[in-house]
Ligand binder design. Structure first.
Ligand code: HEC
Length: 128
């Protein structure tokens, strides 16, 4: 009776792939919470907040032409997944004095999905 094992393995592989695909689309829905103030993608502009292309690996306050608060500019943080997760839960706690007015996202799964969505974009806003 090998068949059920193979079928189970196949189902598991399938579920893993589709769960990943969902992460990005769930992240795109979550991104709706940011779009009033941020753009990402090719040709993204600074709005109320800076554009977020190539965020992961980027230093705080690094977008040219955007007028950051001294708090954000001086935070001396390089954005990685862990720092971003901490920040987006409660921006004012991570960077006291930030002018980003956002209550935060508390749900870890939503943060992971949003991270997957944002990670698609390189520094030129092209999907990697
Ligand atoms: C009401 C407007 C607003 C909303 C909504 C908002 N932001 Fe911001 N965000 C800002 C502003 C303004 C700044 C600049 C902060 C500063 O200079 O103190 C900022 C800064 C940031 C930074 C730091 C960027 C850098 O270059 O250092 C990140 C990361 C960020 N926002 C992510 C997000 C994400 C992700 C969301 C959605 C979940 C979001 N923001 C929602 C206004 C907003």
């Amino acid at each position: 009776m090998k068949l059920p094992v193979v079928a189970a393995a196949f189902a598991a592989a399938f579920l893993t792939t589709s769960a990943k695909a969902q992460d990005v689309s769930a992240g795109e829905r979550s991104w709706n919470k940011c779009r009033a103030c941020h753009q990402v993608g090719e040709g993204a502009k600074n709005l109320v907040g800076p554009q977020l292309n190539g965020l992961f690996g980027r230093h705080t306050g690094a977008v040219e032409g955007y007028s950051y608060s001294t708090a954000n500019k001086g935070a001396n943080i390089t954005w990685d997944e862990a720092v971003f997760a901490e920040y987006i839960k409660d921006p004012k706690a991570k960077i006291p004095g930030t002018k980003m007015v956002f209550a935060g996202i508390k749900n870890d799964k939503e943060i992971a999905d949003l991270t997957a969505f944002l990670k698609q974009f390189d520094k030129d806003g092209k999907k990697m």
